[in-house]
Write a protein that binds this ligand. Sequence first.
Ligand code: APR
Length: 231
Amino acid sequence: MKKKVVVLTGAGMSAESGLKTFRDANGLWEGHDVMQVASPQGFAANPELVLEFYNQRRRQLLEVEPNEGHKALAKLEQHFEVGIITQNVDNLHEQAGSSNVLHLHGELFKVRSIADENLVFDWKEDLVLGDLDENGNQLRPHIVWFGEMVPMLEPAIEITAQADILIIIGTSMQVYPAASLVNYVQNGIPIYFVDPRPSVGESDFGNLTIIAEKAAKGVPELVTALCDTET
Ligand code: APR
């Protein structure tokens, strides 16, 4: 039976594809205070600004491509059962060919009704005020904003608890509950952390190996090493 590898990814995973991380620019996200563009209060205060912000992110996503790190994770499936839990709202893991991707913080290419969180639609164009669901309610980005529930947390915990190996890539581990997932792994399993500026040290967790590299270099190297142990 194949071993299970669970991969937790953050913004650094997609940095070399051309998508900016959040906390590398003084807490500004593409020039905005994150609370202005990524909170229910921000949306209530200025919905046009928030919709336009995500329109820009959506247009940008149409132009970027998976990097060597995303591609290596897709190849990992040849030797392991792989579950990816991503904090990213891009679809670069899917574009690279990963088949099992859980989006903890939502997806840029989806929108939903403000009145019914289960009314979710695929959406690759701009979204503006006046774009409504079938009941006449405004549509909003399908993104988990600060202060909102994280509906995919329970399935993410279940997947994490089954890991034989955990890989963490490109996340500052500052946003909860995502950062708390690491607490659900079984005792003693190997954990690898790929990040050029890692926020934790090897003594912080049992059996942690830090690879202080960017994702497009560090991830393919790690994947090759892991696959070699399985052949
Ligand atoms: N390769 C790997 N890691 C990188 C790279 C790279 N090329 N470039 C930067 N990093 C690392 C940084 O060192 C940092 O540790 O990526 C991490 C990015 O951290 P954040 O910007 O805080 O992103 P993330 O942890 O994904 O943020 C979590 O915060 O705003 C919210 O909901 C949003 O999902 C997001 C969450």
